[in-house]
Design a protein around this ligand. Structure first.
Ligand code: ADP
Ligand code: MG
Ligand code: MG
Length: 857
């Protein structure tokens, strides 16, 4: 395998070898576009360089030398000759990677060639200025000489002859590096190639690779390309353009250019570029030619292109093309338009949309132009996507329906759920991306910022300080859940909704996906939201969330505090009626889609009063003394509630709770049916670890249901199944499958219990694991396929071995994570379930993974 290829020797080689920039240049040349000639030192060359202890082997030096000779033949110019060849040296890894070394322009110049150039073109100013610029760029990029040093030199030497400036520049190079400035063009090129190779290992590049999971092994390619000059004369210029508008997606070319300028002048912002449209008047032929090429490129790559070009003396050259970055809205519009224009297939269009960007569409963003004038108060962690504006409120009870408020808390607890559901957004002082606040907020599709330690809430609970600014309750703030920023005052919002293009796009995705996409929904409102977004059922209805609503919590507390079975039964009877109201109103909104209801899961302690005032209130309600109540609360406190008296364990101690819930569910379904509403019911038992445990509970539930059937003299179909969220359940999944109609993997708890890491505590150390590259990804965000996945696969296989058609789904947070969805799709799951606001993203991700699976990728 060679290390160095001319462009025209590398047709068909891929970007893993040539690097992204090089591969596209080669491809453009192959299809006949005007590309300055060049050669590429491949990623293999880069790897060989590292293998050889960062020294270019003689073999490689020979190949470079030969490549240059051939380039001289192709261009009819020679290094250091009368018609001097000048080149740029450009870095390009297989994936675009900021942090790598910059491009160096105008290599090949020295004291002799600059004179030759002047003779050839008769423009002294031009030739000397590019020479000066070259010395500066080369020193800065290859030898890391500070730019400032050249700039102050330049100021000192204003009005001095060019030759003197050049001498001083080279002198500065010598002082800074201890070496003479390289005169030999070939040496210049070799030094530039080496430094680009080395830049693969600079800190910035390494960190970027770590964050984005890019392999360290890949290496970078280097392009050495004949220079064309946009600053040559008034018929020259340089520019960049997107083939479509990257923020709206509109199918009109969008770009800017500068006459008489070299590439980096646009980026540096020294002169203000003009919109591409004005080229139509200034250089009409070139404009037409550019539009033609832009169309060719878009068609060829089947995607919107981001193009860099230069015009030299009235001739157009393309210097780079790549798939353009775009806004979330534009990405959907472009995908749809390109199908309608016959450029790509629906499948390609679906794959083209980045699922990471989708939440921004559904959760809204700030009006960008309005951010600038606002004061940034501080910054926390991005907990849940979206933006929100509202009055600050420091406790959940103070929030009234219909008000726009931002709830600011030290941390949130299940008691805040009502308040969170009423608030526009949530900020917590403690906690990370997987804390209670963030998880619940994501579930509600609400913007949330966590871990904003800059906030100090005053004891009075009437104001907080943040970086010396005092914010009182009632003051308006704006919060950004994408980046964690908190601003004073209101910023205008752009809202997200599903219509037009987006709606059509989701319809296409549904044609291709095979996974059923369900929602986690606890209220009728959730059901409405999720169904609007396209959910095909409820995969998880957490009954306890209903318990926190309104006055129900007091009945729940009554039930928990009860000291005898009679007392408990009385409280349960009241709860039964309330639960039935909830279930029936949800079933009404479900329209016959499957609804999976999970029986009570959290430990009792979560429901109990936290303040003295509430303890007293409960005491009065129950006609007891407060001490009795607070003693019972103490009794219920657990060392480790996550692994304590929760889930089905509650039903082993107090079977009447699940019996009440089963009764409420089945009665609701029968009554709904009798009112002409179709229902498909699934009842799910959480935290099952053993088969006898499940059998004990199942027996009681079946009995209860039979009594309901008898009493109504009617029946309905339902399924009774288990959550799979403990390793032991996975290990004995064949036994469980004998009794269970479905498995629903609760991947949050399964991850916690497999790792032995509590999710809420993990924020204290997971970041360190990631920073030290011990964990690539947070297993609570993206499923750990190697460990937790092994248990899931085992459980699936054991389950299918006794019940081939057992229904398998996921209802943890991972159900909304595109990477995890791809994994569950591969495993052939029946459904995934995620928060209503994640449903559209999950639909797109399911379609993408179905298409990739079909294509065998
Ligand atoms: P980046 O990866 O930062 O985009 P490039 O390699 O594209 O770096 O180089 C930056 C700019 O330098 C280009 O946009 C172009 O304007 C200019 N440039 C690079 N190579 C040449 C060349 N052979 N002739 C003229 N200009 C060039
Ligand atoms: Mg570029
Ligand atoms: Mg669980």
């Amino acid at each position: 395998m060679k290390n160095v290829y001319l462009f025209n020797e590398s047709y068909g080689l891929n970007k893993m070898i040539l690097g992204g920039k090089g591969a596209n240049l080669v491809e453009m040349q192959r299809i006949g576009l005007p590309i300055p000639n060049g050669l590429i030192a491949t990623t293999t060359a880069c790897k060989n360089y590292f293998k050889n202890e960062n020294i270019l082997t003689d073999e490689m030096l020979k190949e470079i030398s030969e490549g240059i000779k051939n380039l001289e033949i192709q261009t009819g110019k020679t290094f250091a000759g009368e018609n001097p060849l000048l080149v740029s040296v450009r870095s390009g890894a297989p994936v675009s990677m900021p942090g790598m070394m910059d491009t160096i322009l105008n290599l090949g110049l020295n004291d002799a060639t600059v004179e030759n150039l002047i003779k050839k073109i008769g423009n002294e100013k031009f030739a000397y200025e590019i020479y000066i610029r070259f010395i500066e760029m080369f020193s800065e990029i290859v030898k890391e000489v500070e730019k400032e040093k050249f700039h102050s030199l330049k100021n000192e030497m204003k009005d001095r002859p060019y030759k003197e400036v050049i001498e001083c520049y080279k002198n500065l190079y010598k002082i800074e590096t201890g070496e003479d400035f390289p005169n030999d063009p070939e040496k210049q090129v070799v030094m530039a190639i080496e430094s680009i190779f080395r830049s693969w290992n600079n800190e910035r590049a390494k960190i970027y690779r770590q964050i984005h999971g890019i392999s360290e092994e890949m290496g970078t390619g280097v392009v050495v390309q004949e220079m064309v000059f946009g600053n040559f004369n008034e018929l020259s210029g340089t520019g960049v353009a997107f083939t479509r508008n990257p923020s709206t997606g509109e199918n009109t070319i969008f770009g800017e250019y500068l006459l008489e300028a070299q590439g980096e002048d646009i980026v540096a912002g020294i002169r203000t570029p003009e919109p591409l449209m004005s080229m139509k008047d200034q250089l009409p032929n070139i404009y037409d030619e550019f539009i033609r090429i832009a169309n060719v490129l878009e068609k060829h790559y089947g995607d919107m292109q981001d193009i860099e070009f230069t015009i030299e003396d009235g001739k157009l050259f393309i210097l780079q093309t790549r798939n353009g970055k775009r806004s979330p809205h534009a990405s959907v519009k472009i995908a749809i338009d390109m199908v309608n224009e016959g450029l790509i297939s629906k499948e390609d269009a679906i794959l083209m949309v980045d699922t990471e960007l989708l939440p921004q569409i559904f959760n809204g963003t700030f009006e960008e132009s309005d951010i600038a004038g606002k004061k940034l108060l501080g910054k926390g962690l991005p907990g849940s996507a979206g933006v929100a504006v509202g009055k600050v409120v420091l406790s959940s009870e103070k929030i009234k329906e219909g008000e726009s408020v931002i709830l600011v808390r030290v941390e949130t607890s299940p008691e805040d759920i009502k308040g969170m559901s009423l608030a526009k957004g949530i900020v917590t002082v403690k906690g990370g991306a997987t804390s209670h606040g963030a998880v619940v907020a994501r579930g509600m599709g609400k913007c949330c910022i966590t871990g904003c330690e800059e906030i100090k809430i005053d004891k009075s609970e009437e104001f907080f300080t943040i970086n010396d600014e005092v914010v009182k309750e009632g003051d308006i703030i704006s919060i950004n859940g994408y980046n964690g920023e908190i601003y004073k005052d209101a910023i205008k919002l752009k809202s997200g909704e599903i219509n037009g293009d987006l709606k059509e796009f989701l319809e296409w995705c549904k044609e291709f996906k095979t996974l059923e996409v369900r929602m986690n929904a606890d209220t009728p409102k959730d059901v409405t939201v999720g169904r609007n977004f396209g959910a095909e059922g409820v995969g998880l209805c957490r009954t306890e969330h209903m318990f926190f609503e309104d006055e129900k919590i007091w009945n729940v507390r009554e039930m928990i505090i009860a000291s005898t079975k009679e007392e408990r039964d009385l409280a349960l009877t009241k709860l039964l009626e309330l639960q039935k109201i909830d279930f029936k109103s949800m079933l009404l909104k479900m329209g016959g889609l499957p609804m999976n209801i999970r029986l009570l899961d959290p430990p009792f302690h979560e429901f109990l009063p936290k303040t003295e005032k509430d303890v007293e209130k409960l005491a009065i309600l129950l006609n007891r003394c407060p001490k009795e109540i607070s003693d019972r609360i103490k009794e219920l406190k657990e060392e480790n509630p996550m692994l304590g008296h929760r889930g089905c364990r509650l039903a082993i101690t107090f079977p009447e709770i699940y019996e009440m819930q089963a009764r409420a569910i089945i009665e609701s379904a029968i009554e709904s049916k009798q009112e002409g509403i179709e229902c498909e019911i699934e009842i799910m038992i959480p935290f099952i670890g053993g088969i006898s445990e499940f059998k004990y509970i199942k027996e009681r539930i079946l009995e209860t249901i039979q009594t309901v059937f008898d009493r109504y003299d009617d029946s309905i179909e339902y399924k009774l199944g288990t959550m799979m969220e403990l390793p032991r359940a996975c290990l004995i999944a064949n036994e469980i499958a004998e009794e269970s109609a479905f498995f629903s993997f609760g991947t949050n708890d399964l991850t916690q219990t497999t790792y032995g890491i509590s999710r809420d505590d993990s924020i204290k150390f997971i970041d360190h694991y990631k920073a030290k590259n011990i964990m690539k990804r947070d297993p609570f965000q993206s499923i750990d396929t190697r460990g937790v996945g092994k248990l899931i696969v085992l459980a699936k296989e054991l389950g299918k071995s006794v019940k081939p058609n057992i229904k398998i789904g996921v209802c943890g947070e991972h159900g909304g994570d595109p990477k995890s969805i791809e994994y569950f799709n591969e495993l052939g799951f029946n459904y995934i379930s995620c928060s209503p606001f994640r449903v559209p993203t999950a639909i797109v991700a399911s379609a993408q993974s179905a298409i990739l699976k079909k294509r065998g990728i």
